[in-house]
Design a protein around this ligand. Sequence first.
Ligand code: SER
Length: 317
Amino acid sequence: MDTERTVRVFTDFYRERGHHLITGSTLLPPPGDPVLFTTSGMHPLTPYLEGRPHPRGRRLVNVQRCLRTTDLDEIGDSTHLTVFEMLGSWSLGDYGHSHSPRWGYELLRDGFGIPREQLHVTVFGGDEQVGPDLESLRTWEELEVPVELTRDDNWWSNGPVGPCGPDSEIFVWTGDTPPRGTPTTEPRWMEIWNHVVMRYRRLEDGSLQPLERPGIDTGMGLERLVTFLQGRDSVYDTDLFEPWTRRLPSLWELDEPSLRLVCDHLRSGVVMIGDGVRPSNTGRGYVLRRVVRRLLTTLRRDDPSRTLRDLPVGLLQ
Ligand code: SER
């Protein structure tokens, strides 16, 4: 299943269930927002998850480009990317808690053909402030998907204050053997989808205020899903990166980690510049500058004559 079809299967599934397809925002959050970049699909929807009515209704679906600077040092492994896309679905105070795992499971099984045996979930097991997420636990048990309870890993928040709540993380088995272990004990369980019950608002003093109308926020990394569905070991081996991985080796001789870094940083740089970021020594511009500097350093390490002018124009559009 190629990337385009994967996106369509996801968005059609939710549209058929009454969700309105909204256009993704840019990587730049609105003025006054404390973060530099949009880091998840829910981020531009924060005011609506906190109760403001959304003009498109209470069920939404979209594809949102995101950038996480926390992952910059992981670039070069097989799953992390600086810029990635997130498939997201939302209930803004509309349907109840258990709809989300049920639909999620149905889409993974029938839409993407992933059998139950290759799935595992983790669910919030409770902490000093909030009890375990028993409703999600019960729903996953009814669906007969194995569950592991955790604490910190299953609490979603977008920052120190704002909407937050317990989540269910869905993992797929990527090993060559039959599945074994659990997501916290066996790295071959790869996380692909997060279903959050946005039930609280965290206040400045650290306390939790229940939201009048809890929402559901789900987010699935498109590139990771595509890697799994295409049976690849690395995101760079999917159709998404094919134009880059096909063209770059004929321009520059690079080892595998360098090729991955160059692919990631070129793609991220193009997206950031497309969204209006320019290199500078502060804020967003500094992130872009770091990306470009690392890209050029990697290219010039073996051959100082290499330059981005070597690239065919088509690759930068
Ligand atoms: N907010 C959750 C995440 O980013 C689900 O969208 O993982």
